[in-house]
Design a protein around this ligand. Sequence first.
Ligand code: ADP
Ligand code: MG
Length: 251
Amino acid sequence: MNDDATQPIVRMQALNKHFGNLHVLKDIDLEIVPGEVVVVIGASGSGKSTLIRCINGLEEYQLGKLEVDGSQLLPFGKSNRALQRIRTEVGMVFQQFNLFPHLSVVDNITLAPMKVRGWSRADALETANRLLERVGITDQAHKYPAQLSGGQQQRVALARALAMEPRLMLFDEPTSALDPEMIGEVLDAMRELAKEGMTMVIVTHEMGFAREVADRVIFIHQGEITEQGEPESLFDNPQHERTQSFLSRVL
Ligand code: ADP
Ligand code: MG
């Protein structure tokens, strides 16, 4: 583990990613320090998901350098041990929740801590209950995912990721599949997490939320970081024409 609080938790240098002939990420340089909240914005197909999926090795890349929490993730997926370690230390929340449908809420949350971290059932349960309380769904612990609303499922997905005590959390459009009335409850839980100092990388179209919680906003266009900065400067005074035209469409 990398315990030096001043060392970047993500260090990406000139990273390039292709899907066949499609050059999806182009020379991406990105450093994220502990406690930083980074929001990634950009049009559909610009490479946002691919970028954050590279960080926990869900996608392999072909060229460049990537270090996450002190472990090198090599190109072409050639780093199994690092991959295992990074998946343990990096939590992810997806647009489609991805809960295990055949497991109860509490079993969804206790599975990885018991299997991967080797916790006792009692310890895992205690953590699960604490997290369920924190995301406001203690009364649903023994239900199955299909019996929950989308907002509740996403809060369970968040609790499940946090149960592993991750050093970094990745979010890929966590509210895009939700009915509008449920977006707020998920954003509230994320806002709390940010306040507690969690390092977070968040792909979202919720610009109000981004402005409020982000330390830094990154705008991606066709696989390149076109512009980045503090939310006030990026949203209120974008320098690049691409950023301006994107923002004029979404704000
Ligand atoms: P975003 O999340 O910004 O919408 P993605 O990272 O999902 O963008 O996709 C970037 C580009 O890569 C798109 O052109 C998309 O079609 C392509 N792409 C994504 N995943 C795959 C894949 N598994 N195979 C081939 N092309 C893909
Ligand atoms: Mg995406």
